[in-house]
Design a protein around this ligand. Sequence first.
Ligand code: SF4
Length: 406
Amino acid sequence: MPAELDHLEFYRLPWNYADNGISWLEPTTDCNLRCEGCYRDPHGHGHKTLEDVRADLEVFKKLRKSDCMSIAGGDPLVYPQIVELVKMINEMGWKPVINTNGLALKEPLLKELKKAGVFGFTFHIDTSQKRPKVTATTETELNELRLHYAKMLAQEGGIACSFNATISDKTMHEIPNMVRWSEKYADIVHTMVFILYRSPNLTGDFDFFANGNKIEFDGTYKETNWGGEQMLMAPDIVEKIREGDPMYEPCAYLNGTANPNSLKWLLANRIVLNKETLGYVSPKFMELVQTLTHMFTGKYLAYAQPKSVSKGKLASFFAGFVDKEMRRIFSKIMRRTIANPINLFRSAYIQSFMIIQPVNFESDGRQDMCDSCPDITVHDGKLVWSCRLEEMNNYGAFVQTIPKRA
Ligand code: SF4
């Protein structure tokens, strides 16, 4: 049974269309891998010029505030001017975060990117990819590869490390192992993101229309054997995370555009001391973080500095003045320290879990998108959902879904 979750118990992230934690930039459609569930056509337009990418950034500057700029694609590390681009994003006032499969990341390039001001990496690693020279066939076996990248960043120091995995009904049974693995490495693995696999043919009985014409819609979200047959929802993943960590408790969310109670982005942050989870931060704590950050920086927080996420003790101490749950976590830290004084010198890490539930369809044909889409990108000078950019490329409009007549 999927977990029962009441969105009203969580903090609704204050991110919105014009003032968000994240924006999404695609300098290239080229990629050196192929992942199931990828939103982007691998035979797309290739690399944009640096000037065209700058023009996209100017559109963001004019239309929307955000804390970080996700650099995606395609794989941005195959973009020939990635170092210059990172520098440009940094100078324009965003935290550059590279979303990559990691294949092209070697130490000399990492050093150059760090010098250019890269803030973090989000590595997309999962079993839907056929990686050269990688024999792992399960998500659990892939934890070794995840660890390789986490250690690589940790050695360089000061770079945020996140992992994305697309999850289908064929792989969700491995989530508990991923949750337990990440607890062991909370010092160097800052965020785990689970993105639910989507294919239009999972949704049942719809006809697809673009510009008033009926179309065969099979281009963007490919239906595959790997993707399974079930349309997963956030509560399915919550149940699996709880198998790996029974304490798991979300704190914040983004709702859907059709359903106020759908959990399109669901955030949880746990505090881990000496590889042991002591609790999950409360909705009030997240509200404090977002409000104070916006008050002092003018932006909502998406990614925290690695040195800030190692301040779980301080965070629970101060937030404990206004919140019972944070007080409880702090008193556990104290008890662990009394039992083992070495813990006095250990950091308590704040590690995040994000569940992303892309589009789902109402029986009346309405499409439930992420309200306040953080991964919005620029197309022809306008902001569009990056997960559905190919619809704009192919039809010049978003596809509409109409229930089939009986
Ligand atoms: S609407 Fe699409 S692009 Fe935007 S956050 Fe949701 S899945 Fe990502």
